[in-house]
Design a protein around this ligand. Structure first.
Ligand code: HAM
Length: 417
């Protein structure tokens, strides 16, 4: 029968077979970040549109073209969150977190929404892990955040990872640099692509990102911000690099690193994988020292990043096996209800146990036990006794039902597991 409905373009179902690989990333992230003092925060999936217009920046592609914006029944403009940083800063301001000891270190995981053209690794609903340290301008925080993402990707064994690192300087230098860049682009206007030319004043930095051959040639001679950093920004950047060197985190300097969000100042970075196609960014971020104030809070510096779960999964390209069941319970008609009692007691004692809920014959249940990948079957008999069957060897032996968990643990010890 053909399905009558399907999910919207660019979105997807996460089926049970895919969830173990996701859970592995989530658990590794949670363990790493919590043990580094980052606390989990959850913000709403939709917010006032203005949070993102002001937060992400009105000249960005995200705000201009990619937001899912709608009016609610009260005529308010709401937007499905395209990213987490603006929301987290909104929460920081709303809950007076500047009064807590600084920095406030937060992380989150969840779905995000951008109306982009779907392709491998690019979706309209995707998932990010996001990490932010708000309330310090110390280069230690930049390095800590970058090291945590580096180590997470390493622990997950993501292949072909490269870190690109740059600095955008502070807002004042950026303004001066921007003017210099605009003047340079104007002087070579005829050689640029139509798209870059149309946005010279709006977003000249995007010219570094262009695939257009003429534009690329022009950009090879363009001034870069790294040559224009103030002494204090240059010192800050040197410290970040030194700290990464000391932590054994390799990077490639990229003076033209452009991020698709407006709020960055000073450090910016992106992790890519050569196992990915055109959408090669696994994750990225940087410092955003003006964003909290932009959203109505005090002048508070901050640093953070987000990584795309689907991109990490794509780069890994390896299914993750679920942990096998300890046992599948097989019961004759007379013992069906008892089977649930046995399963419940074993589960409460910590074992992973499943049973038939669909009235299959004993033969059908054995087949199901086999399919479930369980290491053992607990086979109940009409007379109330039970046997434990090793599903790999087929060997049976009597089982004391009050001691299923003890029995499983003894077997594991014997096998050295
Ligand atoms: P971003 O670079 O826009 O940064 O996104 C981070 C990561 O999310 C990307 O590197 C990519 O892996 C993933 N991603 C983005 N869009 C899509 C998509 N359409 N489909 C699949 N994956 C996608 C931010 O979002 C910033 N908020 C990062 C940040 C946090 N900066 C400071 N703090």
């Amino acid at each position: 029968m053909a399905a009558k409905f399907s999910v919207p373009r660019g979105t997807f179902d996460v089926l049970p077979a895919d969830s173990a690989a996701r859970a592995r990333i989530y658990l590794a992230a949670a363990r790493a970040f919590e043990s580094a003092g980052y606390k989990r925060i959850e913000t709403p999936v939709f917010e006032d549109t203005e949070v993102f217009e002001r937060g992400v920046g009105s000249s960005t592609d995200i705000v201009q073209k990619e937001m899912f914006t709608f009016e609610d029944q009260g005529g308010r403009s709401l937007t499905l969150r395209p990213e987490a940083t603006a929301s987290i800063c909104r929460a920081y301001v709303e809950h007076g977190m500047h009064k807590l000891p600084q920095p406030v270190k937060l992380w989150c995981w969840g779905p995000f929404f951008r109306h982009e053209r779907p392709q491998a690794g690019r979706h309209r609903q995707f998932h990010q892990i996001d990490l932010e340290a708000i309330g310090t301008d110390s280069p230690l925080a930049d390095a800590e955040a970058i090291i945590l993402l580096h180590d997470l990707l390493h622990e997950l064994a993501v292949p072909g990872v490269e870190l690109r690192l740059g600095s955008l300087g502070s807002i004042a230098e950026r303004v001066a640099y921007r003017e210099e860049l605009v003047a340079y682009l104007r002087s070579r206007e005829a050689e640029l692509s139509d798209e870059v030319r149309a946005r010279i004043d709006q977003n000249p930095l995007r010219a570094f990102d262009s695939d257009h051959e003429g534009t690329r040639e022009v950009m090879r001679g363009a001034p870069t911000i790294l040559d224009r950093l103030s002494d204090s920004d240059a010192e800050h950047f040197e410290a970040v690099k030194r700290l990464l060197d000391e932590a054994g985190v390799a990077y490639v300097l990229d003076p033209t690193l452009v991020r698709g969000l407006d709020y960055y100042t000073r450090t910016v970075f992106e992790f890519t994988s050569n196992a990915l196609g055109a959408q090669s960014a696994l994750g990225g971020g940087g410092r955003y020292d003006g964003l909290v104030a932009e959203l109505g809070g005090p002048e508070v510096p901050a640093i953070g990043w987000a990584a795309g779960i689907e991109r990490i999964l794509l780069a890994l390209d390896a299914p993750v096996e679920e942990a096998p069941l300890d046992a599948f319970i097989v019961a004759p008609e007379s013992q069906r209800e008892r089977a649930l009692v046995v399963a419940t007691e074993a589960r409460r004692a910590g074992a992973c146990v499943d049973l038939d809920l669909a009235g299959r014959s004993e033969k059908g249940q054995m087949k199901q036990a086999d399919r479930s990948g369980a290491d053992r079957a607990v086979i109940l008999s009409d007379d109330g006794t039970a046997r434990l069957r090793d599903m790999r060897t087929g060997a049976d032996r009597p089982l004391d039902l009050d001691d299923i968990v003890g029995e499983i643990e003894r077997e594991r010890d014997e096998a050295g597991l």
